[in-house]
Design a protein around this ligand. Structure first.
Ligand code: PMT
Length: 224
């Protein structure tokens, strides 16, 4: 399959020196890209700024902001059978970006934020027969939040992870995820390495039911 994967954080500028971001290291998305390539899939990896080297044999696209990530996903979506959004895309950004470094002498600063584009929501209408897999990063009421995102973003699968756990979510080499299917199926996975989590997600994607859905993804009815 041709798989489009996003990974890492985005950075939303405050001024030429400072930005809003998050703790995503890219490990989860890069593990998905690495395992997918090993299994013979054609992978395009769109990555925010991380300290990892791109895995071999992937088409690599570097982005910085949520807007740039949206543009890149839009650009490559038509060429893919499946989209896996593992990136920690910023939800907000400063409403105004200062052209000059903000001086401390100006005293207490109020940072007015505005929402960034919701990439999965915006691309829902372009899903066609492609398989869309999203992640849900929650710190409480994991399944409630994940189910809401599954429905709101029109996903086939959401990978829910409690990012408040020390051994799961951001930066660490392990993750503890629950897979929630649009059809209602729930698979709770135990703590395992992100490479093993990636393998389990790709096992789900490669199942005949999905392949039928994704094959000829260019157009036609929405995935089953
Ligand atoms: O990179 P690591 O250090 O390995 O950490 C892995 C991870 C914690 C980043 C990863 O497992 C994870 O949870 N990624 C999703 C983080 C996130 O943004 O979750 P969310 O619940 O805020 O977003 C839900 C889904 O919508 C995600 O698929 C996200 O990519 C997508 N999204 C979010 C914001 C936005 N503006 N547009 C989006 O499409």
């Amino acid at each position: 399959m041709r798989i489009l994967i996003t990974a890492g954080p985005t950075r939303e500028a405050i001024d030429p020196v400072r930005f809003l971001s998050n703790r995503s290291s890219g490990k989860m998305g890069y593990a998905l890209a690495r395992v997918a390539v090993r299994r013979g899939h054609v992978v395009t990896l769109i990555s925010g700024p991380v300290a990892l080297r791109p895995p071999p044999k992937v088409s690599f696209v570097a982005v910085t902001t949520a807007d740039e990530m949206l543009a890149a996903v839009k650009r490559y979506l038509s060429q893919c059978d499946a989209l896996i959004m593992a990136a920690a895309v910023a939800d907000w950004r400063p409403r105004r970006v200062s052209a000059q470094k903000i001086k401390k002498a100006t005293g207490y600063r109020l940072l007015c934020l505005e929402p960034t584009p919701d990439i999965l929501k915006q691309l829902r209408s372009k899903k066609g027969r492609r398989v869309f897999i999203g992640f849900a990063a929650e710190t409480e009421r994991l399944l409630t939040g994940a189910r809401r995102k599954l429905a709101e973003k029109g996903l086939d699968l959401v990978v829910a992870n409690d990012v408040s756990r020390r051994d799961a979510g951001f930066e660490v080499d392990t993750n503890r995820v629950t897979l929630l299917e649009a059809g209602g199926g729930v698979r709770v996975l135990p703590l395992m390495t992100k490479m093993k989590v990636a393998a389990r997600i790709l096992d789900w994607l490669e199942a005949p039911a999905r392949r039928g859905c994704a094959s000829g993804a260019a157009g036609g009815r929405v995935g089953a």
